[in-house]
Design a protein around this ligand. Structure first.
Ligand SMILES: Cc1cc2nc3c(=O)[nH]c(=O)nc-3n(C[C@H](O)[C@H](O)[C@H](O)COP(=O)(O)O)c2cc1C
Ligand code: SF4
Ligand code: SF4
Length: 264
C-alpha cells in the first residue's frame, strides 16, 4: 500500500522536497502529476501532493488533479505547498477543494524555497539558498513522522493580510494564466536546440520553424525560461538582468521526464 507522492514542478524545488520526503518515509513512490483526461484511482494508503504556489494559489494542474483523483474514503491525504515566502491561502484553497470532493486534507505544510519567479528578480544569493535548503530538509524530517503516524493537523496558512489581499489577485488572474506566455520572447542567443519545447509540461511550445512559439495554454511554471541552456528566453523587459534558477540537485532529465509523463 505505502505512500504515493504526486509532484508538479517548474524548476525542481518541489521535486527535490518530494525526494527528500520519500527518503524519510522509506516506502514512498514519487510520480509526476499527470495531465491526462479522465478520472484515475489511487490505492496507496497515503497520498501526498507536492507543488509550487503560483500567484498566491493552486496551479491549475493541481486543481484538475484533485478533481480527477479517486481515493478510498480512508486514504490519508496531505500536501506540501512549495513557495518563496508568500503561500497566502493556498493550502486553505486546497482544503476547501478537497472538501467539495468529499475528501479531507489531513496535513498541509508550506515550504519556503528560492524563488523561480524571475520577473520579480533572481533566487537570491547562494548562501541564502543553502539556508533554505537545509531548513526545508529539517522540516521534511520533522513532518515525516507525523505522516507515518497518519496524524491530522491544521494546515499552514499565510498571514491574514496575504490570504485576504492575494487570494483576490489569484482569483482575478487565474483565467488569464494561459495567455501570460504572450510576454515570452527569445533573444539572439537561441540556437534552436528545442529544449524549451521538450521541458514544457503543457506541450505549449512549438518550434516554428526553428524558434520557440508559445501556444497560449501556458501554466506559467517557467520551466522553459529557467532550463534554456542559452538563457535566451526572456519574459517582459527585466529578466535579461536576472540569473536563472533551478534546484542544484535536479537535472534537465528530471524535467524532461515530467513532460514525457504528461504525453501519456
Ligand atoms: C508564475 C509563478 C507564480 C508564483 N507565485 C508565487 C506566490 O504567489 N508566492 C510565493 O511565495 N511564491 C511564488 N512563486 C515562486 C514559487 O512558488 C517557488 O519558487 C517554488 O519553490 C517553485 O517550485 P518549483 O521549482 O517546484 O517549480 C511563483 C512562481 C511562479 C513561476
Ligand atoms: S531552449 Fe533556448 S536555445 Fe534552445 S530552442 Fe529554446 S530558446 Fe532556443
Ligand atoms: S510555456 Fe513555459 S511557462 Fe508555460 S507551461 Fe510551458 S514550460 Fe511552463
Amino acid at each position: 500500500m505505502g505512500t504515493k507522492l504526486y509532484v508538479y514542478t517548474g524548476t525542481g524545488n518541489s521535486l527535490w522536497i518530494a525526494r527528500q520526503l520519500a527518503l524519510e518515509l522509506k516506502e514512498a513512490a514519487v510520480e509526476f502529476i499527470p495531465n491526462l483526461p479522465g478520472d484515475f484511482q489511487e490505492r496507496a494508503e497515503r497520498v501526498g501532493i507536492i507543488f509550487p504556489v503560483h500567484i498566491w494559489g493552486l496551479p491549475s494542474r493541481v486543481i484538475q488533479f484533485v478533481h480527477r483523483l479517486q481515493v478510498k474514503p480512508e486514504t490519508y491525504l496531505f500536501a506540501l505547498a512549495v513557495n518563496a515566502g508568500q503561500p497566502a491561502g493556498t493550502l486553505l484553497q486546497l482544503q476547501e477543494l478537497m472538501s467539495t470532493r468529499g475528501q479531507s486534507l489531513a496535513l498541509g505544510y508550506s515550504f519556503v524555497m528560492p524563488s523561480n519567479y524571475i520577473p520579480w528578480g533572481g533566487p537570491g544569493p547562494m548562501d541564502a539558498q543553502r539556508r533554505l535548503f537545509s531548513k526545508a530538509q529539517e522540516k521534511v524530517k520533522a513532518i515525516a513522522g507525523a505522516i507515518l503516524r497518519l496524524e491530522r493537523k491544521k494546515v499552514d496558512r499565510g498571514p491574514l493580510w496575504q490570504n485576504i489581499l492575494f487570494s483576490r489577485v489569484y482569483k482575478m488572474s487565474f483565467r488569464s494564466v494561459r495567455n501570460m506566455d504572450k510576454k515570452f520572447w527569445v533573444d539572439d542567443k537561441c540556437n534552436s536546440c528545442g529544449i524549451c519545447s521538450s521541458v514544457c509540461p503543457a506541450s505549449n511550445i512549438e518550434m516554428i520553424p526553428e524558434k520557440p512559439c508559445w501556444l497560449h495554454r501556458c501554466e506559467q511554471c517557467l520551466a522553459c525560461l529557467q532550463w534554456c541552456p542559452q538563457e535566451a528566453i526572456q519574459y517582459g523587459k527585466k529578466t535579461v538582468q536576472y540569473p536563472r534558477y533551478h534546484h542544484p540537485e535536479v537535472i534537465l532529465r528530471d524535467i524532461l521526464e515530467q513532460a514525457k509523463a504528461n504525453e501519456g
